[in-house]
Design a protein around this ligand. Sequence first.
Ligand code: FES
Length: 168
Amino acid sequence: MAQTQTPTINQIDPAVKKIIDEILVDNRDKPGATMVILNEVQSKVGYISAPLQSYIADELKIPVSKIHGVVSFYSFFTTTPRGKHTVKFCMGTACYVGGVEQLLDKANQALGIKAGETTPDGLITIEICRCVGACSQAPVIVVDENVQGRVKPNKMPQILRSLQEEEK
Ligand code: FES
């Protein structure tokens, strides 16, 4: 009797499944295969959603809870696609004391999204991160790969606007 496909496989875009299958073939026998595979999927697909986690767990014959544990522990992994630009807010001690929360509040208000979310147009994701090693310049944000220190709350809308205007 023909086996019916599980719903999780049906939720995966065939192009995404092809990328994941290639990653599995290349890496499944390597030491630490789970981490290697998840890193590759994050880099090449851009996210590891719940259906992707189930598919990878089935393929590796490990519990999905193990995959989920890794994906939720490391901030590098995301379960939804990141926006074109990422703005990270350092929540290390110096930045926290230096008022990074006010910067995050400003970004929340300006964009209408919370940390971990992406604007509906797919342009900007905001995230929190750990110390990026620029504590003397607290409070620090990282716009894409660019570290910006001593950011004032009233500058936040302008920083975000410049990302939006780049696209026009
Ligand atoms: S605490 Fe933010 S850069 Fe170190």
